[in-house]
Design a protein. Structure first.
Length: 77
């Protein structure tokens, strides 16, 4: 019993450290949005939405969601 609770604590500590390792300090999409004009931003949004539709056709739901989330980031400027 004790080893199981100890293992759970170690696993939880490992997850916390892992999540802090992969957190990004830079938001590249935000930086890119500052440099592009409205026309280019709309082209990028349309391209990402098209990519999402293509991935849905291929039953790649995870990829489709990622493409839509990236497109949403370009809306919020």
């Amino acid at each position: 019993m004790k080893s199981k609770s100890c293992d759970e604590k170690i696993i939880e500590k490992y997850r916390e450290e892992l999540s802090s390792l992969y957190s990004s300090k830079f938001d590249l999409i935000f930086d890119h949005k500052l440099k592009i004009d409205e026309i280019k931003r709309n082209e990028i949004i349309k391209m990402l939405e098209q990519k999402s539709k293509e991935r849905l056709k291929n039953l790649d739901y995870k990829g489709a969601i990622k493409a839509l989330r990236r497109a949403e980031k370009y809306f919020s400027y």
